[in-house]
Design a protein around this ligand. Structure first.
Ligand code: FMN
Length: 319
């Protein structure tokens, strides 16, 4: 019932993608998503070098024989990412899918296509979606106001962005943001999307490597518990409203020097946040869908609940 152009393209059972996640998009989580019928995507940005990523890719291959992907972040970063090496390893290891975000989306297309990798790009506007299609991407993922990650500064919501982009391109479209349960999955499909791409909901699963302190905070949070930071440096990102995020907002309001800000927003703080459970120490990507997280299930439970709920809802709506 939930067959879409995206399930066909990616060779997956259900139209649910776990978007790449810095620090947390590790083999166990990725394989659990793919084994449950979705598409798991490894993060690359927090791997120190291409060989480290290769090891993680091999771990995934040991844990699943289903399709999976790797995320490549092309944003300007404090630490220059070894993306050329990451892409080389991806091609050598025969990774089925690559998800790119930001930057110059054309850079690796030829190499990835030569290696038969399916490619999808995160987009925040109609113009970016059309450009990705023209460049030869196989699919796009729509990032809107409520999404974790890097929505554009124009604050357009998924409710409007999904149908606009669905109308603008012919390739499959995934709704990448704000989806936690079956009602949002159904709504995304009704708006014309071919799948959803989720991050926040997978942070609060048993297979995610995040510290239990963070998972508990996500369960307790509601839809007011995220904020957009880094607007003043043209790098806006939606994060969990913890002490650090509020401090960053205060620094931005008083126009603190960039050098001071950088020490607060550095991704290097992630290790302590995610693995030692010091939840207020660093920034944590988080979407507004966090308000619907009520427990810490397995990945399979998350996906089964979404699929069963959506199928039931679609039946009810069509009767
Ligand atoms: C903890 C975390 C880390 C993330 N890291 C990345 C990343 O490294 N690269 C990327 O393209 N997107 C990243 N994202 C965004 C996700 O891939 C996905 O697009 C987003 O989470 C979907 O929105 P949602 O969280 O509202 O479901 C991250 C999201 C989370 C929650």
């Amino acid at each position: 019932m939930l067959k879409t152009r995206m399930t066909e393209l990616m060779g997956i059972k259900y139209p649910i993608i776990q978007g790449g996640m810095g620090w947390l998009g590790l083999a166990e989580l990725v394989a659990a998503v793919s084994n449950a019928g979705g598409l798991g995507v490894l993060g690359s940005a927090t791997h120190p070098d291409p060989e480290d990523l290769r090891e993680e890719i091999r771990k995934v291959k040991k844990l699943t024989d289903k399709p999976f992907g790797v995320n490549i972040v092309m944003l300007p970063a404090i630490r220059e990412l070894p993306n050329d090496g990451f892409v080389q390893v991806i091609c050598e290891e025969g990774v089925p899918v690559v998800e790119t975000a930001a930057g110059k989306p054309g850079k690796y297309i030829d190499a990835l296509k030569r290696a038969n990798v399916k490619i999808m790009h995160k987009v925040g506007s109609v113009q970016h979606a059309r450009n990705a299609q023209k460049l030869g991407y196989d699919a796009v993922e729509v990032v809107g106001f409520e999404s974790a990650g890097f929505p554009l500064p124009d604050d357009v919501t998924m409710w409007n962005l999904i149908p606009r982009i669905v109308d603008a391109v012919d390739i499959p479209v995934s709704a990448a943001g704000g989806t936690t349960d079956y009602r949002q999955l159904t709504a995304a499909l009704a708006l014309g999307a071919d799948s959803v791409t989720c991050g926040t909901v997978f942070m609060a699963t048993k297979e995610c490597a995040a510290h239990s302190n963070l998972k508990q905070r996500l369960v307790e949070a509601n839809e007011y518990d995220t904020v957009m930071i880094q607007r003043t440096i043209n790098n806006q990102t939606r994060v969990f409203k913890n002490e650090l995020a509020l401090k960053v907002l205060e620094m931005e309001a008083r126009k603190a020097p960039f050098e001071e800000l950088v020490t607060m927003i550095s991704g290097e703080r992630g290790r302590r946040v995610y693995f030692e459970g010091d939840v207020d120490y660093g920034t944590i990507s988080c979407g507004q869908g966090v308000g619907l997280i009520k427990d810490i299930p397995t990945v399979k439970e998350v996906i089964d609940r979404m699929v069963a709920g959506a199928e039931k809802l679609l039946k009810r709506l069509s009767s």
